[in-house]
Design a protein around this ligand. Structure first.
Ligand code: PCA
Length: 213
């Protein structure tokens, strides 16, 4: 059975691909210890799909990935908040505003990934990375919060977290824009470094990865 469950998202927001899913499926094709599941970019369907994947694979580590268009680095997320505030409709047309992910749940969960050690390992693999302190308020934050709540309440032995990835060069080229991008191969390399580090390291590095804003 796979030790690591990785998820990526379906394309959304007018894109025809999502590099989070492309990279996750590349990693799973290379490694026996990684199972890959694509989550729908839909508020109603994403968490039930994640739950089914966790129940099926019983992983010791869960890494959920999503596209953060405009970011220039691979960014492991530190904190998930109990808030949905959608700027654009999801793939089912839903656009919830100011509702909790889990009614009466805690305001936030921290990742249980050693994000600083993961960033160091991703950089050592030759890929730009930094710790992020916001996963936004869209489907990715919902999945991140829902994952941490699921693990905390039902699978306390498993660890998990979320990582946002930039656009791929093909997306930026197709849009004729100048946004930052990273190849799917480099994103896959980063996800492997992240998973290997999280499997090995349980105490994070005591170095600063903070930000003034
Ligand atoms: N990124 C979006 C949702 C799906 C994805 O890949 C987000 O950051 O919320």
């Amino acid at each position: 059975m796979a030790r690591v469950l990785m998820t990526g998202f379906a394309p959304f927001g007018g894109e025809s691909v999502n590099p989070s899913w492309q990279a996750v499926s590349l990693v799973a094709a290379r490694r026996d210890d990684v199972a890959a599941v694509e989550l729908p970019c839909e508020f109603a369907a994403s968490l039930p799909a994640l739950r089914r994947a966790v129940v099926t694979h019983r992983p010791s580590l869960v890494v959920c990935a999503g596209q953060a268009g405009g970011r220039s680095e691979v960014t492991p997320e530190r904190v998930a908040i109990n808030l949905v505030d959608a700027r654009i409709p999801d793939n089912a047309g839903a656009q919830p505003v100011d509702i909790p992910v889990v009614p009466d749940g805690p305001a936030a969960y921290f990742t249980t990934l050693p994000v600083k050690a993961c960033v160091a390992a991703i950089r050592a693999a030759g890929v730009p990375a930094s710790v992020s302190h916001t996963a936004g308020t869209y489907v990715c934050n919902q999945v991140f919060y829902g994952l941490m709540h699921l693990l905390a309440t039902e699978f306390p032995a498993a660890r998990g977290g979320f990582v946002h990835v930039p656009f791929s060069p093909a997306q930026v080229a197709a849009a004729g824009k100048s946004d930052a991008s990273l190849s799917v191969e480099l994103i896959a390399r980063a996800l492997e470094a992240l998973a290997d580090t999280a499997l090995r390291v349980t105490e994070d590095l005591m170095v600063s990865a903070g930000a003034e804003h």
